[in-house]
Design a protein around this ligand. Sequence first.
Ligand code: SIN
Length: 290
Amino acid sequence: MEQFALDAITRVTTAPPEVYDTISVDPLTPTIGAEVSGVDFSKELTEDQVAEVRRAFLRHQVLVFRDQELDNETHKRAAGYFGELHPVALPAKDSDPHVLEISADKDSRNVAGHGWHADGTADLQPSLGSMLYITRTPEVGSGGDTMFANMTLAYDMLSPAMKEMLDGMTAVHDGLLAWEGKTPPPEYDVPKHVHPVIARHPETGRKLLFVNNIYVSHIEQLSRRESRAVINMLCDHIASTALLHCRVRWTANTLVFWDNRCVQHHAIWDYFPHSRYGRRVAIKGHRPTA
Ligand code: SIN
């Protein structure tokens, strides 16, 4: 591995250890993800707990809370500790406008999030983060894991020359691409916005790679052919650099909270024709800036 990539990993693996008083945090990997215990979201959290969860969130980007008993109200309250709720883009009739049902079974021909992406990046203000609560895992006893990838480390591991080229570039994120040739319903105002290719995390100040395979149509400053090659190269870097990843194995009633500003995820659909069911609540974010 090149020295600049080793330097990037070293910065993560030699960060000073964290100390928490009200929660326990057990990292899933040195680069991304942690299991958190000592939090019961069915009860009100103390200010200290919320502050420590927030600190762990900024450090690990993906937090896993096992054995949570949540209905829609306590699920929304849990997300509400970290900001205003982000409404569902196309809510199902009579459903809660802030709760997205995630479900797959023998009749599914596609599932939400099967492919590396961050949520809703074609929006002007993509969400800050999501809390996904899986209540039913596939009957086979395994499958339906979700993978997550660290976009600050993905940026840090690029060569200095590549960083210099990408800095200042902008990419078009087109919501229509996620429909894969199907026609969205007429009431859906399909979002399409331009965001920096290299964005900055609004809280940590860290630079991060902000392109994904589902929404990005092209990089504005490049020819179409150059743009396709660069997007493919960056998405391949994200998908095939295993040290950027963690993989969450769901058990029923697990809640996972990820930072949508600096994390991509991929829901693995390896359990067809079995079923998986859950609910997702998202938190409002800001327009990404360079
Ligand atoms: C998604 O939010 O993209 C779905 C993730 C999952 O079902 O694991």
